[in-house]
Every structure is written in structure tokens, then in C-alpha cells.
Ligand binder design. Structure first.
Ligand code: CAA
Length: 260
């Protein structure tokens, strides 16, 4: 499928998905949200895609938020619908079997930070900036930001960031646990690709089931999460990847996983 606002490239199991509206700092209008949902859904069904890296086009921004121009003219009903569509995209990223890394190359504000937070983890350039400016626009984050940020860094820091609309730099976002690693701008995609390669070298089913256990387990009591983990652990013993992984260890060779 052709996308107007996305550049998608796959090589050796690693797909780079670039949001490409640099003239408006990659702001998410309803077309971009729809394209992202379709593209990610398609990529998740493609067995040749093992890891997805999401990033933004241009020097300045990952995504500077939902498109304020478009939002300024919508009704309450349309705003509710837009938020639900944005949230459906964020939940899709959680539910996908493929790991998704956010490579934040510049501003990640509002819906842009929400997109990054929905990914499985975030790498950032030293130039990246993070924040939820929504209260300064008379609204609140609407693509899951209040929920995902508070779950990731706790309510106190999430409250401070969201109530003030303050924009923080990459070092602060790293110190608060929003970002896993920071690097020079030119190293960002190579760093994400290098981690993606490590993941591609492991058993695809193991990675997928680990994502499932972590993501879904977070919504369960600890005891239910443990039970869920044990059931996924058990199912993996019915796969050839488990036999290959353990066989290769015992035979002191590199495993060749088939994702089956
Ligand atoms: N929506 C629409 N257009 C945007 C945009 C956005 N979120 N962010 C930037 N742009 C546009 C600007 O209007 C400008 O367009 P023109 O050249 O036509 O004027 C262009 O991108 C470049 O932006 P600036 O000239 O403003 O660049 P700057 O370097 O001076 O400032 C910035 C950069 C601080 C990121 C500033 O652009 C900014 O504050 N953007 C808005 C950030 C924001 O409030 N995001 C939250 C949106 S609400 C939301 O996301 C709700 C939700 O949870 C779903």
C-alpha cells in the first residue's frame, strides 16, 4: 500500500518507518494517524519484518504533536473520535507481535510523545525534547499520554510534566526513565538498528511472547501476571525454536531460529 505521509524501508528484518511531514514538524493529522494504523497493522502481519523503528523526517522533530491547525476546527464529537482513533493506534502498537523502537530525533511533544511512549522503548538524540504542551492549548493529552506516562514514570513526575506543559531535554527524560539511551544525532538510527539486529538474532517467538507477557502482565495483578507468564513459557516448549535454542546451547553452536 502507498502512504502519502510515511517512508517505509525494510532491510534484513528491520523496518524503518519515518513520519514524513517535516514542513509541520511531522504533526499528526487524521490522515497520518490512519496511515500509521494501516502501515503498522500490515507490517505486523509480514513475517519478514522482525523489528520496527519509528522516527521522524527532518532535523527538528520526531513528531511535534497532533495537528493543531486541524484540531482547531473540530467539534467535541470529532475530538472524541480523533482521540479514540489515536488511542487505537497506540493500543495497536502494544498489541503487535513485532517489537517497536522509537528513535526520537527532535521534538516529541503531545501526540508525538504519546507515540513514543506507546513504543516498546525509546532511544533519543541529544537534541530531542519531550513534553505535553496540551494544557497551554486548553486541552489535555488525548492519545493515551496521561495513562502511559503515569504508568511509566509514576504519577508525581507525570503530574509535574503535564500540569506545567514544560518541555524537558533528552538528559532529563533519560534521568526520569522515559528514554533508555541518548546519543549524538548521527548515531541515533545506527544505535536503534544495532539493537534491532540483536533482537533479530534471537528467537522471534520468544521475543513476541516476552512482549506479550510484559505488556499484558502490567494490566494484571502480580499473581495473574505470573500465571500468564507460566502459560506462555509452557507454550514455547511446543515450538521448534525452543528445541533449536536449547539444542544449539548444548551443542555449543549458534542457534538458527525459524520463528516456529
Ligand atoms: N500542529 C500543526 N502544525 C505544527 C505543529 C503542530 N503540532 N507543530 C509545529 N507546527 C508547524 C508550525 O505551525 C510551523 O508551520 P508554519 O511554518 O506554516 O508556520 C512549522 O510547523 C514549524 O514550526 P515552528 O515555526 O513553530 O517551529 P519552532 O522551531 O519555532 O518551534 C515547536 C517548534 C516548539 C515544536 C513549536 O512548533 C510548537 O510549539 N509546536 C506545537 C507543539 C504542541 O503544542 N504539541 C501538542 C499538540 S496537541 C496534542 O498533541 C494533543 C494530543 O495529545 C493528541
Amino acid at each position: 500500500m502507498e502512504y502519502k505521509n510515511l517512508l517505509i524501508e525494510t532491510s534484513n528484518g528491520i523496518t524503518t518507518l519515518m513520519i514524513n511531514r517535516p514542513q509541520v514538524l511531522n504533526a499528526l493529522n487524521s490522515d497520518v494517524v490512519r496511515e500509521l494504523e494501516c502501515a503498522l497493522y500490515e507490517l505486523d502481519l509480514d513475517a519478514a519484518v522482525r523489528v520496527i523503528i519509528v522516527t521522524g523526517a527532518g532535523e527538528k522533530a520526531f513528531v511535534a504533536g497532533a495537528d493543531i491547525k486541524e484540531m482547531s476546527e473540530i467539534s467535541a464529537y470529532e475530538a472524541h473520535d480523533f482521540a479514540r482513533r489515536g488511542q487505537r493506534l497506540m493500543l495497536l502498537i502494544n498489541k503487535m507481535t513485532t517489537p517497536v523502537i522509537a528513535a526520537v530525533n527532535g521534538y516529541a511533544l503531545g501526540g508525538g510523545l504519546e507515540l513514543a511512549l506507546a513504543c516498546d522503548f525509546i532511544y533519543a538524540s541529544e537534541k530531542a525534547k519531550f513534553g505535553f504542551p496540551e494544557v497551554g492549548l486548553g486541552i489535555i493529552p488525548g492519545f493515551g499520554g496521561t495513562q502511559n506516562l503515569a504508568r511509566l514514570i509514576g504519577p508525581n513526575r507525570a503530574n509535574e510534566l503535564i500540569f506545567t506543559g514544560r518541555i524537558i531535554n533528552a538528559a532529563q527524560a533519560h534521568a526520569w526513565g522515559i528514554v533508555n539511551e541518548i546519543c549524538a544525532p548521527g548515531d541515533l538510527l545506527p544505535m536503534a538498528v544495532s539493537t534491532a539486529r540483536e533482537i533479530v538474532g534471537k528467537g522471534a517467538l520468544g521475543v513476541t511472547y516476552a512482549k506479550d507477557a510484559i505488556t499484558n502482565g502490567l494490566n494484571m495483578t502480580k499473581e495473574d501476571g505470573f500465571r500468564y507468564e507460566a502459560s506462555l513459557f509452557g507454550v514455547l516448549f511446543a515450538t521448534s525454536d525452543q528445541r533449536e535454542g536449547m539444542g544449539a546451547f548444548l551443542e555449543k553452536r549458534t542457534a538458527e531460529f525459524k520463528g516456529k
